[in-house]
Design a binder for this molecule. Structure first.
Ligand code: NAI
Length: 456
């Protein structure tokens, strides 16, 4: 008998398991994979960032290192070695979770979990079956990629992000369906590796959750790097023939065709609750598959909680981790909240895009009286020394109170710079606070201070 079983060992599940064990609970964590870490660590955030880093450096060596006087000759890439490095990074971090589980005496049970009754879970791994019983249960089973009814994943010609992270070689022609976070990140990887890349996006913009000004700059930068885009385009059909894929596309009221060697579908993800047997215990997911929870992450059964991608909200690893920590605290009778206003959104392209809080459109829709300040990296000394001057910081504040409402960055190291905006929003700081704080010179962070000054 465990105090707590966590189903799913992704960034929601393993963080919840570790925090609960630190607080004194006897914990088991179940996952269908041999290696804990979920999608994020095994086939998502971490391996994609490893490939983004390698290919970004390759591109710099090939195209920009000459600007600083380097004479390198021809720079080429050992694709296999790049992939092995990625696998090594994932393996090292998986080992890290195993050792944390060991340190906190958390049982890692491998297999597919399904409910037998509200406190009992059956775990099936091949022919082996076992059951585990717990007082509390957290469902943190994450999400899975969505494909199209006429174009199913085979992970060879029609791939998901999982397949895109372990190709044997870069395709000559890659079509990416969906210009969201996954689409633009993986398009960047393969464009840098020499593939001809076309992104087909249904909307008139890419990365639609970002502030429109950020989307516009990102689109411009990615186009300049050689990625092609078909915006406002609907994929209506597909044919696979001898290892190539031909898409039927409706674009600007015309029907057109697009042929590629590989199609990557990146049109979103759906909650993964298959095989959990939720019906057996009376938990009814929404029509989109999300598990309904209350403000304390409790399902319709008060001892069963759900966190991360299986509940409504942005499908982000750091959000799941935050919720995981909160639930562990709540189970122990402590108070815990998640401030959804200060959850950042980051896209690891070059330049990177990062945002926290409301976009200009959302702030206006909320009826806020806002002030906006923008400052550009091209005027920043450090950005010039680094040879990375693309992009800007846009800060949105509330006019009367001065409260920070949103921070949006497209530019070098946006993923790190956004931390200042997160803390400011979380602590209800004002644009004056950011403007008055002494930022070190010369650093990229000065652009944030200047954007705040430009609001005043
Ligand atoms: P997404 O929801 O971010 O973007 C999907 C895109 O596909 C949207 O722009 C949408 O308009 C478009 N789309 C939808 N149906 C389409 C169709 N039939 N034809 C053409 N375009 C279509 O989904 P994505 O990129 O697959 O990512 C899944 C989840 O993983 C998201 O919630 C995302 O936030 C998260 N994620 C976050 C990352 C990060 O924070 N850097 C990286 C990777 C994923």
């Amino acid at each position: 008998m465990y105090d707590l079983i966590v189903v799913g060992s992704g960034p929601g599940g393993y963080i919840a398991a570790i925090r609960a064990a630190q607080l004194g609970l006897k914990v088991a964590c179940i996952d269908k994979r041999k290696s804990p870490g979920g999608t994020c660590l095994n086939v998502g955030c971490i391996p994609s960032k490893a490939l983004l880093q390698s290919t970004e450096q390759l591109e710099w060596l090939q195209k920009s290192s000459g600007d600083q006087g380097f004479k390198l000759g021809e720079v080429s890439l050992d694709f296999g070695m790049m992939m092995s490095r990625k696998e090594g990074i994932v393996g090292g971090l998986v080992d890290g979770i195993h050792s944390l589980f060991k340190r906190y005496d958390i049982a890692y049970l491998q297999g597919n979990a399904s409910f037998i009754d509200p406190h009992t879970i059956e775990i099936v791994d091949g022919t082996e079956r076992q059951t585990a019983v717990a007082k509390f249960i957290i469902i943190a089973t994450g999400s899975e990629p969505i494909d199209l009814p006429f174009l199913r994943f085979d992970e060879k010609t029609v791939i998901s992000s999982t397949g895109a992270l372990c190709l044997k070689e870069p395709p000559k022609r890659l079509v990416v369906i969906g210009g969201g976070a996954i689409g633009v990140e993986l398009a960047s990887v393969y464009r840098r590796l020499g593939s001809a890349v076309m992104i087909v996006e249904m909307l008139e913009t890419i990365t639609p959750t970002m502030d429109p000004a950020i989307c516009k700059q990102l689109l411009q930068s990615l186009k300049k790097q050689g990625i092609d885009f078909m915006l406002g385009a609907k994929v209506t059909g597909a044919q696979i023939n001898k290892g190539t894929v031909t898409l039927g596309i409706e674009h600007k009221q015309k029907n057109t065709q697009l042929e590629a060697d590989i199609a990557l579908i990146a049109i979103g993800r759906r909650p993964y609750t298959k095989q959990l047997g939720l019906e057996a215990i009376g938990i009814n997911p929404t029509p989109k598959g999300f598990i309904p929870v209350d403000g304390n992450f409790k399902t319709s059964l008060p001892h069963i909680f759900a966190i991360g991608d299986v509940i409504e909200g942005p499908m982000l690893a750091h959000r799941a981790s935050h919720e995981g920590t909160a639930v562990a605290e709540l189970i122990m009778g402590r108070s815990a909240t998640v401030n959804y206003m200060s959850i950042p959104n980051v896209i690891y392209t070059h330049p990177e895009a990062a945002s926290v809080g409301l976009t200009e459109v959302e702030a206006k829709e909320a009826g806020l009286n806002i002030v906006i300040g923008t400052s550009y990296f091209r005027g920043n000394g450090r950005a010039r020394c680094n040879g990375e001057t693309e992009g800007f910081v846009k800060i949105i504040g509330e006019k009367t109170t001065g409260r920070l409402v949103g921070m949006h960055i497209v530019g070098p190291h946006a993923s790190e710079l956004i931390a200042e905006g997160i803390l400011a929003l979380d602590k209800k700081a004002t644009i004056h606070d950011i403007a008055n704080a002494c930022h070190p010179h010369p650093t990229l962070s000065e652009v944030m201070m200047e954007a705040a000054i430009n609001c005043l």
